[in-house]
Design a protein around this ligand. Structure first.
Ligand code: PMP
Length: 372
């Protein structure tokens, strides 16, 4: 089996799995219980929060545990828009965000917010100039993804964040789901950062929102006041402790993994460039974890052919591949209708190998040849 769909989700790391079993057998008490076992669990949860805070040079109260990036994005965007609507009702995002961002913005339009959806260039990147022009006196929120989940394009988050700091009324959010633990981006000037564990060999249904202390949000889930009242509901502390471990492992190995994955990406790029009818959609400076290309054949048939050989890839992103085959990301990048509807996304993890690339290239060539 060759698993090249790591942007959709990853296999859980063995160490993380071991911790999960240990927590569930030894520290299963409710951290809110006042007995010794409850307190031990509470302490472990606090250590996890502190360790995550250290990674992001933030304070413990700036880490809000969530069920993943979809929830983090919704809490960040709607929570911010509703909290600060008295300052203005203009909000900005891009045309190529994940549906959990785009649909949150669309929903806010129904509540009277005015949204600017920024264009991207042929590489899928947001133009700094376009952003500058879009900002108005009543702008309260800008949300720009760090790394695009379909093509891997990396935005200039540090530069944008620095610029937006000059607008005290504007909150800056970045969906960093495909960047955290993979791409070296400094989030110190970003007010809200969404992340998800399952893209990093952690658990599905686990994530966090980093929220700088000076930013307030209207909570989406009201209740018992957990997570500093921003996200009520009994905490899933085994997942929270495992998230800290997932992030620690990812950050410790980030550089080494990046170098390894870059080699895989380079090799595949080189081979794809030799194949007739294949057009690479990911820019050269994209995240090496994602390589997107279109072929002259129907992508669903190509992906099915690969799947029969137990090689797993995506046609665009898992979140939208079951709907229309056309990728709004590739359309926004100016690709034509056919190429936008017939893209294959290969996404790597540090566990993939050069041998797997060679097998993939051989099988892909055979499939494309047969489909002639
Ligand atoms: N944002 C991006 C960029 C993603 O790739 C994903 C996962 N497909 C999400 C948000 C949603 O993450 P989760 O599955 O944790 O809700």
């Amino acid at each position: 089996m060759i698993y090249f769909d790591n942007a959709a989700t990853t296999i859980v790391d063995n160490e993380v799995l071991k911790s999960f079993n240990e927590i569930n057998t030894r520290f299963f008490a409710n951290p809110a219980s006042s007995h010794k076992l409850g307190q031990e669990t509470f302490n472990l949860e606090n250590i996890a929060r502190r360790n995550i805070a250290k990674i992001f040079a933030s304070k413990e109260e700036e880490i809000i545990f969530t069920s993943g990036a979809t929830e983090s994005n919704n809490l960040a965007i709607k929570g911010c828009a509703f909290r600060y609507q008295n300052r203005g009702k203009h909000i900005i995002t891009t045309k190529v965000e994940h549906p959990s961002v785009l649909n949150a913005f669309r929903q806010l339009e129904d509540f009277g917010f005015s949204v600017t959806y920024l264009d991207v260039d042929k590489d899928g990147k947001v133009s700094f100039e376009d952003l500058k022009e879009a900002i108005r006196d009543d702008t309260i929120l800008v949300s720009i993804m760090s790394v695009n989940n379909e093509v891997g394009t990396i935005n200039d988050i540090e530069e944008i964040a620095k610029y937006l700091k000059t607008f005290p009324k504007i909150v800056f959010h970045s969906d960093a789901t495909q960047a955290i633990g993979k791409i070296d981006i400094d989030y110190k000037n970003v007010d809200l950062v969404s992340l998800s564990a399952h893209k990093l060999h952690g658990f599905k249904g686990s994530g966090a929102l980093i929220k700088r202390a000076n930013i307030d949000l209207l909570p989406i889930a009201s209740g018992g006041g957990q997570e500093f009242s921003y996200r009520s509901g009994t905490n899933n502390f085994p997942y929270e402790i495992c998230l800290a471990k997932t992030l620690r492992i990812a950050y410790e190995k980030q550089k080494e993994n990046y170098e390894k994955v870059k080699k895989l990406n380079d090799r595949l790029r080189e081979e794809l460039n030799k194949m007739p009818g294949v057009k690479i959609n990911s820019p050269l400076d994209a995240s090496p974890y994602i390589l997107n290309f279109s072929t002259v054949k129907k992508a669903s048939v190509v992906a099915e052919g690969l799947s029969l050989k137990e090689i797993y890839v995506s046609t665009k992103s898992a979140c939208s591949s079951k709907k229309s085959p056309t990728s709004y990301v590739l359309q926004a990048m100016g690709r034509d209708e056919f190429d936008s509807a017939n893209a294959i996304r290969v996404s790597f993890s540090n566990e993939n190998t050069l041998e797997e690339i060679d097998i993939f290239v051989k099988e892909l060539s055979n499939i494309l040849l047969k489909l002639k």
